[in-house]
Design a protein. Structure first.
Length: 294
């Protein structure tokens, strides 16, 4: 369930009825990995430095991008439990992770990966996160993580997640939460109108209740404090240029589609904007990463 721009941040260009387009997730993965806050990742690495093994639940795992980004910052033995509501994405996660690893051994329900000296066991669960009770099946996670998810969820859903994690004394790490900032350079007259409409769309119900949208990271940090966590927050912006034309095209289309749902009389103007802004010299989409530990 990885999003932003063309898929998960309220726009539907990359969305399929059953989930989110694997091609979009592959397109955005390099930008996601480059954007992640190295400062926050360093805090996560230091927090678990004394451990030899770790169990991680990844909510809305998509095709496994979060695992590929984070594994090298965690202890050498890892069990990742990947949860998503889309069987297509879970199958693609299995395929892409086995291809990413140096070697892989597969069973019906798990894969065992060797990568750069790390031994990573991966299990998979198909579950509707909008309805989920957040018990994580029989998994007792040390860390619960999610990428580009929290801006889709409601405050009530997020509080349930924090409460369930606090009961288990599990750390929480949410990356790439859109925070409302989007900028194209050079500027164009419709930019501000598009972003304002898009941000309004972000607060619509995405299946979890009224979405937090751009306030997700701050709401998450506040809930962590309320439930006894220490927390850290850092910026993780996408910074795109002329070499990212395909990603910018998909991003623009997503912004325009969402904005047109808010202001339908401007749908044609927004579509024209999306095509014309493909050649922007710089595009910055702001996100925040948040880590909480008890």
């Amino acid at each position: 369930m990885e999003g932003d721009g063309s898929s998960r941040h309220g726009d539907d260009a990359g969305h399929r009825m059953s989930g989110f387009d694997p091609a979009w997730l592959a397109l955005r993965e390099p930008a996601d990995h480059a954007a992640r806050s190295r400062r926050i990742e360093g805090i996560v690495r230091a927090h678990f430095a004394g451990r030899n093994s770790l169990t991680i639940v990844d909510l809305g795992c998509g095709t496994g991008s979060n695992l590929r980004a984070l594994a090298s910052s965690l202890p050498p033995r890892q069990h990742w439990h990947l949860v998503d509501g889309d069987t297509v994405l879970l199958k693609e996660a299995r395929r892409s992770l086995t291809g990413w690893a140096d070697s892989a051994r597969e069973t019906e329900h798990e894969v065992a990966l060797d990568k750069d000296g790390y031994r990573i066991r991966v299990s998979f669960e198909c579950a509707d996160l909008t309805m989920r009770d957040l018990h994580f099946s029989d998994i007792a996670p040390d860390l619960v993580t999610a990428a580009a998810l929290l801006d889709l969820v409601s405050l009530e859903w997020l509080e349930r997640l924090v409460m369930a994690s606090a009961r288990r004394r599990a750390s929480l790490y949410a990356v790439l939460n859109y925070d409302g900032g989007a900028r194209w350079r050079p500027e164009a007259p419709l930019d501000a109108r598009i972003v304002a409409a898009f941000n309004r769309h972000q607060r619509r119900d995405k299946g979890f209740g009224p979405a937090l949208g751009p306030i997700a990271s701050d709401a998450f940090s506040a809930l962590l404090a309320q439930h006894g966590y220490r927390s850290w927050q850092g910026d993780s912006p996408w910074q795109l240029g002329t070499g990212d034309r395909s990603l910018v095209a998909a991003l623009n289309a997503g912004f325009a589609t969402a904005a047109a749902e808010i202001e339908p009389t401007l749908a044609d103007a927004f579509a024209t904007w999306a095509r014309e802004r493909i050649d922007a010299e710089e595009v910055t989409i702001s996100h925040k990463d948040v880590f909480g530990a008890i």
